[in-house]
Design a protein around this ligand. Structure first.
Ligand SMILES: [Zn+2]
Length: 118
């Protein structure tokens, strides 16, 4: 009589882990509160806007100057892509409607805002 030794079907249980890892302290996320921002929330457009200057606190109407902006370069690039590179790509630099508008205070000459077309 031969008998078949049955293999032990019970693997040894895994060693008990020592619980979950401790929670990581010291990673406090500091919430930056942007309230109290000195700049007045003002929507700037192409034309001058009446506002209070955040620098000299005078009631002013902003003076606008045009500045080459992202859209100017974008239109220039598009014109180049379309083959209009014989000087035509310089057209957007001559059109104020393609440029950004910088608002400045006529009283203290500080830049108080900017209207970007992008
Ligand atoms: Zn001012």
């Amino acid at each position: 009589m031969d008998y078949k030794g049955q293999p032990a079907g019970n693997p040894p249980p895994p060693p008990p882990g020592y619980g979950p890892p401790p929670p990581a302290y010291g990673q406090q996320t500091t919430t930056v509160i942007t309230a109290g921002y000195p700049m007045v929330a003002q929507v700037f457009r192409e034309s001058s806007v009446p506002m209070q200057c955040p620098y000299c606190h005078a009631n002013i109407t902003t003076t606008t100057t045009y500045e080459t902006g992202t859209l100017t370069w974008l239109i220039c690039g598009i014109l180049i892509l379309f083959g209009l590179w014989l000087g035509c790509c310089l057209i957007p630099f001559c059109i104020d409607g393609c440029k950004d508008v910088v608002h400045s205070c006529p009283n203290c000459q500080q830049t108080v805002g900017k209207f970007s077309r992008m």
